[in-house]
Design a protein around this ligand. Structure first.
Ligand code: F6P
Length: 527
């Protein structure tokens, strides 16, 4: 027997509707037979446009998908999110990344505390520090200003800031922000080799301050620094972002050098918090706040726009449509902007760590698919690698093309080529080429895509873009009735690695097998 969700009339109607659409013809017929397609339906907000011309859908599709969203109580759940209800049920936590960009002075209480006051104080602390570092008032141990920031963190404490700095920082900036995430020492050592410790500041970002990779990298970085400048230099060259002040202080960073984090912000939703310190150092506090404003505009849209005109809701529903009703296993993220090169990796964590779940909020196994595989690459680079698979592979997947209308115009012919390639790819995927002399030259087409256009890639539009995807992920989690805000699936591997490193006595046959295997592959420090 199916679950409550797959047994509902609207789910069945969607299945029937899919069959009707699939047998009515290809996507190309759907597009070319519809005189309204070119302008329809395009959702727009403050310089971001979501164009749905290349989708396998009709007005009926949207109508049914909206019914599904209503049935799953997306509007109620959305109100709970913004209100600070403890919707992260497994960890009994509120989910309030939206509070980090909230306007106004209305208090927002979590466990009897107005968290907006905490946010305000932390923002002021960031502002002072960013101003001091960027304007050269913050001196290193030898009296020199800071020229290099090394952000040490992993997952949500790395991917968002890394993406934002890549997208928004100027190449010509005096202050460079570097990112180190991997426990592979090559990552840290290759970053440090060109840096002068006297001009380098480390930002250790870890909400829990227990993450092995980050702590090892931070310890090695401290050895590198103190080896050259002495123990006392740690005070001027290390700051931390964390919710675990006790552990940070044990590491040797004083309380006044700690930027607070809170358990109501999930790691993958945290770049808006003090976790964004590296971003603010790279682009300045004013630009950081513009990014928050953009996200706030998207929050307001998500909170108030009717479901059928709601960009995150529509994006989410189309994802559900392809995943659950067309059996598509993956979703390609294709930013046609070099500055958005880290977007696919960022969305991989956002979507797959959030919605890669097989148990509902009530603890029951799901009998429908949840998050697809998210993968991607910058256009036009990806065209020369995996787009062959997108066009002619045996699997069909939907793609998100993300283009910037007014981007790097120093060489207009490059920009024209970039956008022409983007549109051509969406067209080739949709229309294909069915008349060809050789079978290998046939493109079946029929592959849908979303075209997301940003007027400009500025902090405001960038903030909107990320908030759009955050709310998409939330909405899908609601439809699938899963908790998008925990990540229990990452724990087992961490525990096994710890046991191996400590060379603990194996507790079971699997542990014994892993220990033997680990010794077999070599390079193990024997106790
Ligand atoms: O292991 C997964 C994870 O907990 C992510 O959810 C998180 O973004 C990352 O590790 C880093 O965690 P922390 O900021 O606590 O070091």
């Amino acid at each position: 027997m199916g679950s409550a969700l797959t047994e509902t009339p609207v789910w069945r109607e969607l299945l029937k509707h899919q069959e009707t659409l699939a047998s009515a013809g290809a996507l190309s017929d759907l597009i070319l037979s519809d005189p309204e397609r070119l302008g329809y339906p395009e959702l727009a907000l403050d310089g971001i446009r979501l164009n749905l011309a290349f989708h396998r859908m009709t007005p009926k599709t949207i109508e049914l998908l909206i019914k599904l969203a209503q049935q799953q109580k997306v509007e109620d759940k959305r109100a709970q999110l913004f209100r600070g209800d403890k919707i992260n049920v497994t960890e009994n936590r509120a989910v309030l990344h939206t509070a980090l960009r909230q306007k106004g002075n209305q208090p927002l209480m979590v466990d009897g505390r107005d968290i907006l006051q905490d946010v305000k104080a932390a923002r002021q602390q960031m502002k002072n520090f960013v101003g001091d570092v960027r304007e050269g008032r913050w001196k290193g141990a030898t009296g020199q200003p800071i020229r290099h920031i090394v952000n040490i963190g992993i997952g949500g404490s790395d991917l968002g800031p890394r993406l934002a700095v890549g997208a928004l920082a100027s190449d010509a900036a005096d202050l460079k922000v570097h990112f180190v995430a991997n426990v592979d020492a090559f990552d840290l050592l290759s970053t440090l080799q060109s840096l002068d410790p006297a001009q380098t500041l480390f930002v250790i970002v870890s909400k829990t301050f227990t993450t092995q990779e980050t702590l090892l990298n931070a310890t090695t970085a401290r050895q590198w620094l103190t080896g050259k400048l002495g123990e006392k230099a740690v005070a001027q060259h290390f700051v931390a972002v964390s919710a675990n002040t006790g552990e940070v202080q044990k590491f040797g960073i004083d309380a006044e050098r700690i930027f607070p984090m809170w358990d109501w912000v999930g790691g993958r939703f945290s770049l808006w918090s003090t976790v964004g310190l590296g971003i603010a150092l790279a682009i300045g506090m004013e630009n950081f706040e513009r990014m928050l404003d953009g996200a706030a505009a998207m929050d307001e849209h998500f909170r108030t726009a009717p479901l059928a005109q709601n960009m995150p809701v529509i994006l989410a529903l189309l994802g559900v449509w392809y995943r659950n009703f067309w059996d598509m296993q993956a979703q390609a993220i294709l930013p046609y902007s070099e500055r958005l090169r880290d977007l696919p990796r960022y969305l991989q964590q956002l979507e797959m760590e959030s919605n890669g779940k097989s148990v509902t909020c009530d603890g029951k196994p799901v009998d429908y698919e949840t998050a697809p595989i998210i993968f991607g690459e910058c256009g036009s680079v990806g065209q020369h690698s995996f787009h062959q698979w997108l066009h002619q592979g045996s699997d069909i997947v939907a793609s998100d093309f993300i283009g910037v209308v007014q981007d790097d115009l120093r060489q207009p012919e490059h920009h024209q080529a970039l956008l022409a390639n983007m549109v051509a790819q969406a067209g080739a995927l949709a229309f294909g080429q069915t008349k060809a002399t050789a079978p290998s030259d046939i493109y079946v087409g029929n592959r849908p895509s979303t075209i997301l256009l940003l007027d400009q890639l500025d902090p405001y539009r960038f903030g909107m873009l990320l908030a759009l995807y955050e709310h998409k992920v939330f909405t899908q989690g609601v439809i699938w009735n899963i908790n998008s805000f925990d990540q229990p699936g990452v724990e087992l591997g961490k525990r096994m690695a710890r046991n191996l490193e400590r060379q603990d006595k194996a507790q079971d046959r699997a542990g014994a097998f892993l220990t033997d295997f680990w010794h077999k592959i070599g390079s193990v420090n024997k106790k």
